[in-house]
Design a protein. Structure first.
Length: 354
């Protein structure tokens, strides 16, 4: 069992830097109740407002996509935007009852909703924010583990098995800073593996030390590659499950930064719809390098898998402005390439140890 009080303390002290009279908006499900209660207790004892809770119930998302008319798919409730505008911080806790709940939804409808609600997402990203996970039987099943094994896995990924989790995250941050400084001098990154040979430029861009302040768990460094620089093909060897839709065996070819060919062994319809979200969806918004040794295997959760030590990931779509990236899109989809078996990452021809 993950200690919910220790987890809540990590979220408050390291991730969100909760302050007196802060108002934190929380999105999750009833399955994360132990963490939500601990987080609630901690906030009010520190003089912050009780968090605003958006608790999802099983079946609500499926009902929305099944019954919503076009006008609801292509718009958002004004209160949704006002709510996040007035919040000081935002916490999303993934705790699904069914990881495949939206698997049968038309991928085009998913893309429409993402596109329509992009103004809300932009405001969320301007706040102090954190995305995290609470173990559920569905997540354990998706990962191919027992409930107890999966809980232990997440506990290690969060560094909650360490005597001082905050100190452990600070130590990782220091190690990653060395990688940030090394890559900050690079001009060209090359990714090589079976079925993969991709070059892209990063000169002039800022590398970010992702040390758990936003995603928890984290453990990556990332930047926004030059939008017209990606050339070659990359095969993403780790399956992805965006919105519960299984997509695997993805191979993408770029010419001058733009996706010119994309195939998937499974989930081709979703891949096609994602690329059609808007013009920016066919360009890269992020290059990331995973460093978290506590995550040693894929689990089907992008939040965890993209931090896996020995992997790189590329995000189709939206850039993070703090990197210097300029690509604009309602899409931001991280796809992961495992380099641990005969893969190689080089910066200006010199191997980068990950």
């Amino acid at each position: 069992m993950i200690d919910p009080d220790a987890f809540a303390t990590l979220l408050c002290d390291w991730c969100l830097d909760v302050r007196e009279r802060d108002y934190v908006l929380v999105f999750t499900t009833t399955l994360a109740a132990p963490l939500v209660r601990a987080f609630h207790r901690l906030l009010i004892t520190r003089g912050a407002w009780a968090p605003g809770l958006r608790i999802g119930l099983p079946g609500l998302a499926e009902d929305f996509y099944r019954f919503a008319p076009d006008d609801l798919l292509d718009n958002y409730a004004p209160l949704d935007l006002a709510e996040i505008e007035h919040a000081d911080a935002y916490l999303r806790v993934d705790a699904p009852e069914n990881t495949r709940a939206l698997a049968d939804v038309d991928p085009a409808a998913l893309a429409r909703v993402s596109r329509a609600r992009s103004p809300i997402q932009e405001v969320r990203l301007s706040k102090r924010w954190c995305g995290t996970v609470w173990p559920t039987p569905a997540l354990a099943q998706q990962a191919g583990m027992s409930d107890d094994d999966y809980t232990g896995f997440v506990n290690r990924a969060l560094f909650l098995d360490r005597p001082d989790p905050v100190a452990a995250w600070r130590e990782l941050s220091d190690r990653q800073q060395g990688l940030v400084e090394r890559l900050g001098q690079a001009h060209e990154i090359r990714i090589e593996a079976d079925g993969t040979d991709l070059r892209l430029r990063v000169d002039g861009r800022t590398w970010i030390n992702s040390n758990g302040r936003r995603n928890m768990p984290s453990g990556e460094v990332f930047t926004g590659p030059l939008e017209d620089s990606a050339n070659g093909t990359i095969r993403f060897t780790v399956p992805s499950s965006p919105r519960g839709v299984l997509v695997e065996g993805v191979s993408v070819t770029f010419e001058n930064g733009k996706v010119v060919a994309a195939t998937a062994a499974r989930g081709q319809d979703y891949l096609d719809a994602a690329l059609a979200t808007d013009p920016g969806a066919r360009f890269l918004g992020e290059l990331g390098i995973g460093t978290n040794s506590g995550i040693d295997r894929p689990t089907g959760s992008i939040l965890l898998d993209e931090k896996m030590a020995g992997t790189v990931h590329l995000a189709l779509g939206r850039s993070y402005p703090e990197t210097g990236g300029t690509n604009v899109s309602a899409l931001h989809w991280d796809l992961i390439c495992d380099l641990r078996d005969d893969g190689q990452l080089t910066a200006d021809g010199e191997p980068i140890r990950i």
